[in-house]
Structure formats: C-alpha cells, structure tokens
Design a protein around this ligand. Structure first.
Ligand code: GDP
Ligand code: IMO
Ligand code: MG
Length: 418
C-alpha cells in the first residue's frame, strides 16, 4: 500500500490539518515529517475546535497510529501541554501516539536564541513564530543537538549540560536575561512526564507498516513557499516542507510514495515577513482576512492576505510532484463581486512565470479577473462562476482539482474526481 504525502502549496495555513483529518478515515498511519510547534493545524469536529502543534492530525480517528517522525523538532513542555489538553477532552493519546527517538529537542535556550536573533535583526526580522525552530535545526545540522532517545541514555545529563552551557554563555554575553535553573527544571519535568508515552524508532515501525501494505499519510507542516531551499530565503522556515522532506523526515524511500496531496487556499495568506507579490494591503485584503478568520493558529498574528498566485502555485506543484490538488476556503471569496488571479509577474520589463530568486520589490503581478460566486454547501451543485474559476486554475496547472473545501468543519468538503 502506498504512502500519501500531504503538504501545503503556499505559505502555510492552507487547511492541511482539516484535510488530514478528513482523509484520516482512509489510512492506517498519520506521520508528521518536519517542523515543530511553529505549526498550528486546526480541526473542527461538530463545533468543537482543536489546534494541534506537534501531534499529527490523525489523532481523532480511532485506530489510526500517529507518528511524530524524526524530522520533527519537539518542545517537550509544549507537547505535554498539547497531550494533556486532548486527554482532558477524552482523546486517547497514549495508545495512538509514537514519538521518534531521533526527534531533536527544542531546549528553552533555543527559544531564547530565536527571540534574541529576531531582536537583533530589527526591521529585517523573519517574523519567526519564536518557537525555537531555527536554533534547534541549526544545532541538529551542526551536530550538537539533543534527541528524544538521548533522554533514555545515561549520558543525557552531561550532553544537556554541555549544550546549555554554550547557549547561556552566548545569551548572557549579549545581555539577554535567562534563568537557566528554572528553564532546566521545567524542561526535565516535561521530559520525565513524556516517558510515559511511546518513544521508539518510528522509521522501523513505518517499514513494518509498509511491509504489511498499510496506508501511511505523511503530514507536512508550513508550506512549500517556506521551504528552506525553495522559499524566498531567508524568509523561510528551517526545514524541507516539500515532498522530499517526507522521505528524510520519516525514513521512508521515495519509491514508497504514490500520491502527493497539495493543499492550497482559493487565495493566499502569509504570516511573518518576506515577499508576497499578490498581497492586498487594503480594504479588500482586510475583507478577506475577516471573512476567512485569517489570524495565526499558533501566534494569533493577523495573516497578510492576497489573490491567488498561479506562477507560485505551479512552481509548488512541480517541486512536489502533486498528484491530487485540494482547494480550501472557497467559501471565503463567496459573495465578492469579482476575484483576481495572478497569471505572471512583470520583472524589469519582462514577464516571468515562476517566483524569482530575488525580487527586491520590483515584481508586478499580472492579473486576470473572474466574476464572484454565491455561497454553496457540500450537498449543492458547484455555482457556474466558481466552476469557471476552477476550470481556469486546472487548465493553468494542467491537472484536476480533486477536493474542494467550503467551510472549516470535517463535513464541509467535496470530492470532485476519483
Ligand atoms: P493548517 O496550518 O494548514 O492546518 O491551517 P490552519 O489551521 O492554520 O488554518 C486554516 C484555518 O482555516 C483554520 O481556522 C481552519 O479551521 C479553517 N479552514 C479550513 N478549511 C476551511 C474552509 O474550507 N473554509 C473556511 N472558511 N475555513 C477553513
Ligand atoms: P502551519 O503548519 C504559517 C512562518 C513564520 C515565519 C517563518 C519562519 O500551521 O502551516 P519559524 O517559526 O519557522 O522560524 O518561522 O515561517 N511559519 C508559518 N506560517 N503556518 C505555519 O505552520 C508556519 N510555521 C512557520 O510566520 O514567517
Ligand atoms: Mg497553521
């Protein structure tokens, strides 16, 4: 049986959590492959809202095993809080959650380092979620990080001490006040409590699932345009959000991947700094923000809004080899007089059909206008003008849109093609 990868095609918050939850009744395993508590994946089931940061979005499906893969970075205190929040609502986390021994740990000092780094950048800041993501991946690739499995070994205290000493010496040298003793106590308490959950070599678990022909859904976080390789660097996150990240972040071979679900909104949003060619910094943008409830699920920050960007979407499909397209938030544009789609960029007098290496603000989107559409539900026929919007996007991308979501609830999604 196949591995399906599901990821965002824009700048995150495309509705990945909702779509994973919907597809969750067709799979055996859901496995997060990168990112950490910078993610906020919202799931609404019968009016009850859940926001997941590190736990995979298959946790509400009975019988589904949920894996936090090796590519994910974990903040133990945040994970524990998340687990306890779900347990308080009656979700059985303990028997369905598997945490990789190879996940790198976000230390309290990594969070301080993230904050210090952003402070020092001033106007040039990335707009990080300040969850310690960048510094943790930096230590991982610098071969100085600590992993979940280290917690179970005798040399853990010594390794923690070495890394912390380096971090706090740097923080204090730059005048950043941080209480190492208090940080360490909270960190160790959370780790101790997490030992009650399954910490295991999840890559082996996945290999066995593959051998048994089980269906694995690999859940991405963030979005393609925040990928550390292909996003507008440095305004990116510190991991591979693209399909290849599923292989390295879970320990599964590329040949096991048979489907790639690419999720995108009917328009665009972005939180944090960085280029956003179709941004609507005006009343129209505010109307979309209000209609779509575009405020960060992790930080509560207002999301920047803009029209759909087809060159960027095409680029994202090519990077990921998308086999199934999922459009979300079609309801948010309902009732608008017209909607626009960016079909190319003008850059230095030339038209460019993919995001440039460095736009320096000189990029001018070329738009095509479409009539708006009325609201519709999952049991209604698609409004003709909405179908025209879909037809155009499908023709430009050269493939059909498989699912359309028109509301946040699990039930508000339709499958258009098999
Ligand atoms: P994720 O990070 O990709 O999982 O997305 P987020 O949860 O951060 O943001 C998506 C937001 O849109 C959440 O508030 C969802 O409840 C909501 N949502 C998802 N799909 C739809 C949809 O089709 N219509 C509307 N109106 N909201 C949606
Ligand atoms: P989900 O999984 C939207 C953005 C931040 C910032 C940049 C770097 O919910 O789609 P980081 O904290 O990783 O150092 O921030 O990436 N960002 C996200 N934007 N959705 C997310 O996750 C994001 N995770 C990080 O706003 O611009
Ligand atoms: Mg989100």
């Amino acid at each position: 049986m196949p591995v399906s990868v599901l990821l965002g095609l824009q700048w995150g918050d495309e509705g990945k959590g909702k779509v994973v939850d919907v597809l969750g009744d067709r799979v055996d395993v859901v496995a997060r492959f990168q990112g950490g508590p910078n993610a906020g994946h919202t799931i609404i089931i019968g009016g009850q809202k859940y926001v997941l940061h590190q736990i995979p979005s298959g946790i509400f499906r009975p019988g589904v095993r949920n894996i936090i893969g090796n590519g994910v970075v974990i903040n133990p205190a945040v994970l524990l809080q998340e687990i306890r929040g779900l347990e308080a609502k009656g979700v059985d986390v303990r028997s369905h959650l598997y945490i990789s021994t190879r996940c790198h740990l976000i230390l309290p000092s990594h969070v301080h380092l993230d904050k210090l780094s952003e402070q020092r950048k001033g106007q040039a800041k990335i707009g990080s979620t300040l969850r310690g993501i960048g510094p943790t991946y930096r230590d991982k690739y610098g071969r100085e990080g600590l992993r979940m499995g280290d917690v179970l070994t005798p040399r853990f205290a010594e390794k923690l001490d070495t890394l912390q000493t380096a971090h706090y010496e740097y923080l204090h040298a730059l005048g950043y006040a941080a209480d190492r003793a208090a940080d360490t106590q909270a960190f160790l308490e959370a780790l101790e409590a997490l030992k009650a959950y399954t910490i295991t070599d999840t890559e082996v678990l996945l290999h066995k699932a593959l051998a048994q022909q089980q269906h694995i859904l690999a859940e991405g976080a963030q979005g393609t345009l925040l990928d550390v390789e292909f996003g507008a660097y440095p305004f990116v996150t510190s991991s591979n959000t693209t399909a290849g990240g599923a292989c390295t972040g879970l320990g599964i071979p590329p040949s096991a991947i048979t489907q790639v679900y690419g999720v995108f909104k009917a328009y665009c949003t972005r939180v944090g700094s960085g280029p956003f060619p179709t941004e609507l910094d005006n009343a129209q943008g505010e109307a979309i923000r209000q209609a779509g409830g575009e405020f960060g699920a992790t930080t509560g920050r207002p999301r920047r809004t803009g029209w759909l960007d087809l060159p960027a979407l095409k680029y994202a499909c090519s990077l990921n080899g998308v086999t199934h397209l999922v459009m979300t938030k079609a309801d948010v544009l309902a009732g608008m007089d017209h909607v626009e789609v960016c079909v190319g960029y003008e850059l230095n007098g030339r038209v460019q059909d993919y995001p440039p290496f460095d736009s320096e603000g000189a990029l001018k989107p070329v738009y095509r206008s479409f009539p708006g559409w009325p609201g519709f539900g999952p049991d209604d026929a698609l409004p003709v003008s909405f179908r025209q919007y879909l037809d155009f996007i499908e023709a430009e991308l050269g493939q059909a849109i498989t699912f359309v979501s028109m509301g946040p609830d699990r039930k508000e999604m339709v499958q258009l093609v098999a």
